[in-house]
Write a protein that binds this ligand. Structure first.
Ligand SMILES: Cc1cc2nc3c(=O)[nH]c(=O)nc-3n(C[C@H](O)[C@H](O)[C@H](O)COP(=O)(O)OP(=O)(O)OC[C@H]3O[C@@H](n4cnc5c(N)ncnc54)[C@H](O)[C@@H]3O)c2cc1C
Length: 305
């Protein structure tokens, strides 16, 4: 069992199944799972974790493939506690990392600020959106970031301007390793109230083209320059390809669906199989957008079509 402060022992969950905390509903147990009450609590917890214990941050697990062997060390979740969202200036909001992106979209519309509608399409937290530079419907998280507040493994807080991060499509390079997001200030423009219905329209459009409601992690691969991963996968004839309990969605080829009984190994094998086939057919290497974490997967099951 990883070393953490004795005072936290009654509040941690040991061997917590990560399948409960990921939208794919797969993944083995985290050695230790902790949800801090507030910043002081989080800082004290971090200070109590031995320097050699790995720390993994999780938002809503909507972009995470946790392997079946689970996560070694500590998993920290801020969803449900770090959920303050305020308007701090006429054109600026400050959100804590645990705030759901959909709430940012709704609240900004109420405040007459935008364009924030794209956040409605991201079923994760602001912390996850900052880590991923999540984007939808033509909008992107870091286009709006003014500054972030972070915390390091010694529990020290930092305030950093957006310019300290190297940001690109679904990729964010922090200035230092092992610093995690506590909050961000986001700048928007004043918007008329009729933008309210835009979110509904965008979500309806999405529902028509994506398998929303099924167990997935959204798009599995980033789009290669000038093309779409979904087009390449579909053109390679991979829609419906199945390994164990996971298959390539028939509705949107860049989605992999867990039909209920998939293991993380099924999903990971399918990801590798799709990469191999797309490379063979199109000569294009697809890069996973989903973050894969955790210990080696269990035995792989057979493939079918
Ligand atoms: C149906 C569906 C549709 C989706 N559509 C889109 C889309 O249109 N566009 C898009 O960009 N994504 C999309 N996604 C993927 C996903 O919602 C986003 O990547 C989202 O930003 C992940 O947020 P999360 O809170 O779930 O993060 P998690 O999946 O929990 O974590 C993702 C990464 O962020 C890190 N992280 C989380 N919180 C913090 C923190 N506080 N500090 C530092 N690192 C942190 C984690 O360690 C991990 O590396 C979709 C997913 C689903 C299931």
């Amino acid at each position: 069992m990883p070393a953490i402060g004795a005072e936290f022992l009654p509040r941690i969950r040991r061997n917590e199944p990560m399948s409960r905390h990921t939208s794919w509903h797969v993944g083995g147990p985290a050695d230790i799972y902790f949800t801090p009450d507030d910043r002081a609590d989080l800082a004290a917890f971090l200070r109590s974790v031995s320097a050699d214990v790995p720390i993994c941050w999780v938002g809503l697990g909507s972009n995470l493939l946790v392997r079946d062997g689970g996560i070694e060390g500590v998993v920290i979740s801020m969803h449900g506690t770090f959920d303050r969202l305020e308007r701090v200036a006429p054109d600026m909001v400050c959100g804590e990392a645990g705030v759901a992106c959909a709430r940012i979209a709704r609240q900004c519309i109420k405040w007459g600020l935008g364009p924030a509608e794209f956040f409605a399409g991201i079923p994760g937290t602001l912390g996850g959106a900052l880590a991923m530079n999540a984007g939808a419907f033509g909008g992107e998280t870091w286009r709006h970031v003014v500054e972030v507040e972070t915390i390091d493994r010694r529990g020290r807080e930092h305030r950093r301007p957006a310019s300290e991060y190297r940001v690109s499509y679904r990729h964010v390079e922090p200035p230092v390793a092992e610093e995690w997001f506590l909050a961000a200030k986001l700048r928007f423009e004043a918007r008329p109230a009729e933008h309210r219905s835009e979110v509904d329209l965008l979500l309806e459009r999405r529902k028509a083209t994506q398998p929303i409601g099924e167990w997935s992690c959204g798009s599995v691969f980033t789009n290669p320059p000038g093309d779409h991963a979904a087009r390449l996968i579909e053109a390679a004839g991979l829609k419906g390809l199945r390994i164990g309990g996971a298959s390539v969605s028939l509705k949107h080829a860049n989605f992999i669906i867990n039909h209920g009984e998939a293991t993380a190994a099924d999903v990971e094998s399918l990801i590798a199989r799709v990469q191999d086939e797309v490379q063979r057919v199109h000569g294009v290497h697809l890069h996973p957008e989903v973050r894969m974490v955790g210990r080696a997967a269990a035995r792989t099951r057979g493939e079918s079509h």
